[in-house]
Design a protein around this ligand. Sequence first.
Ligand SMILES: NC(=O)c1ccc[n+]([C@@H]2O[C@H](COP(=O)([O-])OP(=O)(O)OC[C@H]3O[C@@H](n4cnc5c(N)ncnc54)[C@H](O)[C@@H]3O)[C@@H](O)[C@H]2O)c1
Length: 253
Amino acid sequence: MTDLAGKAIFVTGAASGIGLATARGVRAAGGRVIAADLGDPGAMAAAAGLGSDDRAISLDVRDAAAVAAAVAEAAAAFGRIDGLVASAGISVPGAVTEMALGDWDEALAVNLTGTMLCARAVLPFMVAAGGGAIVTVASIFGMTGGQGNTPYNVSKGGVLQLTRSLAADYGAAGVRVNAVSPGYIATPMTAMLPEPVHSAFANMHLLRRPGQPGEVAAVILFLLSDAASFVTGANIAVDGGFSAAQLIPIGNG
Ligand SMILES: NC(=O)c1ccc[n+]([C@@H]2O[C@H](COP(=O)([O-])OP(=O)(O)OC[C@H]3O[C@@H](n4cnc5c(N)ncnc54)[C@H](O)[C@@H]3O)[C@@H](O)[C@H]2O)c1
């Protein structure tokens, strides 16, 4: 069982999917949660089972001033920010000749700039405290190309490079920065996939199934914890083997 006793962890995208599973997991591991997402904080607190030691806030990660204010308020209330999980994200499909320019801008604004803004806001508190842990949520489609999904793919490739750059810049201050790259995870983001796509995509994973949000959260919790004390700048694929091998039946030998 991962131990996050006493740690204060800021989780974006905490109302749903991987972020929600992470918020629940942080609590189960003894940590305190600052749960941030669009929408109603009360509903988010109820879904995550937050207690009086936690807080839920309505936050748009595209809004630099709001992100900075939310982190500063949380740091004042908790006296510390030990961890950040940047899970807020959106799916934006399209090839470049098909997408609207606004779709491109939106993917980068939420997935990449939003992650950077959250990291930029927590870092001064972590540096002042002598350390901390940031976990970004990238994707298998930040590691490989993918058809008809360019804004999303590019934003997630950027998240991986942001992760490495943050790790390089703040390692000397004791801040660890790592990414998880999920494969196909059963969350509201993927619930709209029609059946032929669902099965084809699931069968491209070596385990022949989608992952569950809690299976990603488990790795995030490890990266937040002191058990990962010598892990930084890493990208851990939580993808049922999707990125490890191509399922092409060449033969037995
Ligand atoms: N589900 C998958 O298969 C999968 C695979 C790879 C990566 N991911 C990544 O995992 C992360 C979580 O995705 P999920 O599957 O849990 O999706 P989800 O849709 O269930 O949750 C995403 C959350 O982000 C929030 N969000 C969106 N825009 C926001 C904004 N501007 N400010 C604050 N919050 C915002 C949403 O309100 C939502 O609650 C995303 O970054 C996603 O790209 C998901």
